[in-house]
Design a protein around this ligand. Structure first.
Ligand code: TYM
Length: 350
C-alpha cells in the first residue's frame, strides 16, 4: 500500500454509464488495493440543478448499488455519501473565502451548465469549490477522474496553494526560502507540500468516452448513454443505430477505425487480438458495421453480465447497502473532522 491517498467522487445520477465506468470507476476498483481510498457519492453537488427529493434518494441508492456491483469494495476503501459528512460544506465555505470569482466564472462546466438554465443559481458557480473541499478534506494527493474533471482539479490545486500561502506558516516559510535560494542561484531547497497537498488527476486511456451519437461526451444529461446495468437486448437497441465512421456510407466502403466510436469501445472491452481483427475487417470492408457491433456486444456482455448479477443481489439487500454507506460515513468523518479542527485552528476560528 503506497503513502498516497486517493479521493474521487461521482454524482448520484442513478445507474453508472459506460463513460463513468471506463473513465473513472474501473480505475477506482484497481486503485483501492494500492492506496488508502475514499469514494464519495456527491449528493450536495447534485442539488445545484433542479431535482425531486424522492428521485434524488432513489438515484443515490442506485449509484451505491452500481458502484458496489462494479467492484468498489468497502473492505478495501471508504465509500460514503457526501451529505452524511457535514465537514464537506464547512470546508467549502472556508474555500469560498480564498477563491476569486473570476476563476469560477472561467470554468468550462459552469459556462456549459449555466447556458442550459434560465436562472443561474450560486451553487453552480461554487460547485468546484465544494469539489476542492471534498478532495482536500482528506488531504488526497491523487484523484482518479475522466478528462472532463481536469479543469476542476486545476482549480483545487490553486485553492490549496492560496489557502496554504495564507494560513500555513511552514508553507510560507518554505516559499520564501525557495525564492531567496533561487535568487542566490541555489534552487535546491526541499519542497514543502503544505497543509493541503496539491491533488493530481489520474487519467485512464479511456479518459473521454463519446456518446452513442459519436460526437459529444457520453453524459446522462445529453441522453446518449449506455447504462452499466442495462440488459443485453436494451444495449443492442442502442448500439445498432449508433454512429460509426461517418464516411462509411455503404456496406462495401472501407472504414477508418480510429475515427469510429465503436472501435474505441472495442479497445475498452475486447481482447487485443479481437481489436486487431476488428481494425482489419473495418478497413478492408470485410465486416459491415453491424457485424462489428455484434462482436462488441459480446465483449461488453462478457464484462458486464457478472456486474448485472451482483447488482440484482444488492438491490434485493438494501439493508447491507445502507449499512455499508453508514459505516463509510463514520470512517470518513474521523478523517474529515480531524482536518477541520486543524484548519480552523490555523485560521483563528473557534
Ligand atoms: P460525474 O458524476 O459527472 O462523473 C463521475 C466520473 O466519471 C467520469 N466521466 C467520464 N469519463 C470518461 N468519459 C465520459 N464520457 C465520462 N463521463 C463522466 C468523470 O470524469 C468523473 O471522474 N464533479 C464530479 C464529481 C465530483 C468529484 C469530486 C470528482 C465531486 N467532487 C471530487 C473527483 C473529486 C462529476 O460531476 O463527476
Amino acid at each position: 500500500m503506497s503513502q498516497s491517498r486517493i479521493f474521487s467522487g461521482i454524482q448520484p445520477s442513478g445507474e453508472l454509464h459506460l463513460g463513468n465506468y471506463l473513465g473513472a470507476v474501473k480505475n477506482w476498483v484497481t486503485l483501492q488495493r494500492q492506496h488508502e481510498s475514499f469514494f464519495c457519492i456527491v449528493d450536495y453537488h447534485a442539488i445545484t440543478l433542479p431535482y425531486e427529493p424522492e428521485d434524488l434518494r432513489r438515484r443515490t441508492r442506485e449509484m451505491a448499488v452500481s458502484l458496489l456491483a462494479a467492484g468498489v469494495d468497502p473492505s478495501a476503501c471508504t465509500l460514503f455519501v457526501q451529505s452524511a459528512v457535514p465537514e464537506h460544506t464547512e470546508l467549502a465555505w472556508i474555500f469560498n473565502t480564498v477563491t476569486p470569482l473570476g476563476e469560477l466564472e472561467r470554468q468550462t462546466q459552469f459556462k456549459e451548465k449555466s447556458a442550459r438554465q434560465e436562472s443561474i443559481l450560486a451553487g453552480i458557480l461554487n460547485y468546484p469549490v465544494l469539489q476542492a473541499a471534498d478532495i482536500l478534506l482528506y488531504k488526497a494527493d491523487l484523484v482518479p477522474v475522466g478528462e472532463d474533471q481536469v479543469q476542476h482539479l486545476e482549480l483545487s490545486r490553486e485553492i490549496a496553494r492560496r489557502w496554504n500561502a495564507r494560513f500555513d506558516p511552514g508553507y510560507r516559510a518554505a516559499v520564501e526560502a525557495r525564492s531567496a535560494a533561487t535568487q542566490g542561484g541555489d534552487a535546491d531547497t526541499a519542497e514543502h507540500t503544505g497543509f493541503f497537498p496539491e491533488p493530481k488527476p489520474l487519467l485512464t486511456p479511456t479518459r473521454r468516452i463519446m456518446g452513442l451519437d459519436g460526437r459529444t461526451k457520453m453524459s446522462k444529461s445529453l441522453g446518449n448513454t449506455i447504462g452499466l446495468l442495462e440488459e443485453s437486448k436494451d444495449i443492442w437497441d442502442k448500439l445498432r443505430p449508433a454512429m460509426t465512421d461517418p464516411a462509411r456510407v455503404r456496406r462495401t466502403d472501407p472504414g477508418t477505425p480510429e475515427v469510429c466510436n465503436i472501435y474505441h469501445l472495442h479497445k475498452a472491452f475486447s481482447p487485443p487480438p479481437t481489436v486487431e481483427h476488428v481494425a482489419v475487417q473495418c478497413s478492408t470492408a470485410g465486416w459491415g458495421c453491424i457485424d462489428c457491433k455484434k462482436v462488441l456486444l459480446e465483449s461488453i456482455d462478457r464484462e458486464l453480465v457478472p456486474i448485472r448479477a451482483r447488482a440484482r443481489e444488492l438491490r434485493a439487500d438494501q439493508t447491507t447497502v445502507q449499512r455499508t454507506l453508514a459505516d463509510g460515513a463514520v470512517r470518513a468523518r474521523e478523517v474529515a473532522s480531524a482536518t477541520m479542527v486543524e484548519t480552523k485552528n490555523l485560521m483563528g476560528l473557534s
